[in-house]
Design a protein around this ligand. Structure first.
Ligand SMILES: [Zn+2]
Length: 387
């Protein structure tokens, strides 16, 4: 190929791959791999278990330490049930906006990173650009960890990771972490007039859900530390979004299921929060078993995304501030792969084109001016790596 494409032209190609998380992303990975090969850049794949999806990473420039990782994801959220004015998988420009699924979240950044490759090669880098594109970000940041692990092992250590989630090219230094615990209570069915002999899974679940209410209130009443104070709300929160249980108004429920999700202020120990919940589970279970020994509560942790903690004198933050001129304090409420890079020992920030308000929506778009701002960022980044 070896054909130089603008970020806009690359975006057109990327949007045309309907890489909804439930589908394979191998077609887009093939395209990107071939694009990079056209410039003599060897990309590496890290597959999922059944080989239907892959992460892709590459080192551009000298194999030395001190480079910069540009991190994006290849998957997008579904368009099912959304009312689009244009074909979501065709890039359409209208009124200074580029419409299409993933333009904002986050193929726009992916396209900028790929467009920067020939620029970097022409300029000649002293420290490398490293590109890291994941799968399954939108379903709980599932893909990236195996790639991050392999990059840490096989590539010279990068000094900074820029995660290009939509931030309007502002430098975002923190986000909360998230964890989910699925909970299933098995009660004991009797006629509800004999409630003292039965165990209602629904009523026992209510105790656990109310525990979450009380912890929320406790956390809200506490004085936030300096990191927590940056967030809205300035504390760790627990939430139950759905509950299923019971079969009739006059039967103590045999089963009840719900998922508890907690968003943890970075720096707090997410595992300790989960343990507090599990301690409460054991307490409630003991009460159920005192009535009927066959009852139980089982739990399963379904996903966990580590928080991104603002770094003291962070290399990534300093670099992104220098390149954007943004000196504001920004944290966000959504989870990203930035926390995973940071957990692996990389200095990390979020900085990418587009507004998170447009992500996941019908008629998702990226302002042309944001793509241009992103390109100016890439030009300055290449320049800084060439010195
Ligand atoms: Zn995203």
């Amino acid at each position: 190929m070896a054909q130089k494409l603008s970020a806009r032209e690359i975006l057109e190609h990327l949007v045309a791959f309907p890489t909804v998380s439930r589908e394979s992303n191998l077609a887009i990975v093939d395209w990107i791999e071939e694009y990079l090969a056209g410039f003599g850049v060897k990309a590496h794949r890290v597959y999922n278990e059944d080989g239907t999806k892959a992460n892709l990473y590459a080192n551009i420039g000298p194999e030395v330490e001190g480079g910069v990782i540009l991190s994006g994801h290849t998957d997008v959220v579904p368009v099912d049930g959304q009312d689009w004015d244009t074909d979501p998988f065709t890039l359409v420009e209208k009124d200074g906006r580029l419409y299409g699924r993933g333009t904002c979240d986050m193929k726009g950044f992916d396209a900028l990173a790929l467009a920067a490759v020939p620029l970097a090669l022409e300029r000649g880098l002293k420290r490398p650009l490293q590109i890291a594109l994941s799968y399954d970000e939108e379903v709980g940041c599932l893909g990236a960890p195996s790639m991050i692990e392999e990059m840490a092992e096989r590539l010279p250590r990068a000094a900074a990771a820029i995660i290009g989630e939509p931030s309007m090219m502002q430098v975002v230094t923190g986000h909360k972490g998230a964890q989910s615990v699925r909970t299933h209570l098995r009660g004991f069915e009797v006629h509800s007039s004999q409630i003292h002999r039965g165990v209602s899974a629904v009523m026992e679940a209510a105790k656990l859900i109310d525990w979450a209410n009380r912890v929320n209130a406790e956390n809200a009443a506490a004085t936030p530390g300096p990191v927590a104070a940056m967030f809205d709300p300035p504390h760790t929160t627990f939430h139950v979004g759905t509950v299923q249980g019971g079969t009739a108004n006059n039967i103590t429920a045999r089963d009840c299921r719900f998922t508890l999700t907690f968003r943890v202020v970075p720096g707090e120990d997410a595992d300790a929060w989960r343990q507090r919940y599990l301690d409460k589970v054991r307490e409630v279970e003991a009460g159920m078993r005192a009535v009927e020994p066959s009852t139980f509560i089982e739990t399963e942790s379904s996903f966990g995304v580590p928080g991104l903690a603002p770094e003291e004198d962070g290399v990534a933050e300093a670099l992104a501030r220098r390149l954007t001129g943004d000196n504001g304090e920004h944290v966000v409420s959504y989870g990203t792969e930035a926390g995973q890079f940071q957990r692996a020992g990389y200095s990390a920030v979020i900085c990418g084109p587009g507004n998170i308000d447009q992500a996941h929506q019908a008629n998702e778009y990226l302002e042309v001016s944001q793509l241009e701002a992103g390109w100016a960022f890439m030009e300055r980044l290449v320049e800084s790596l060439a010195k």
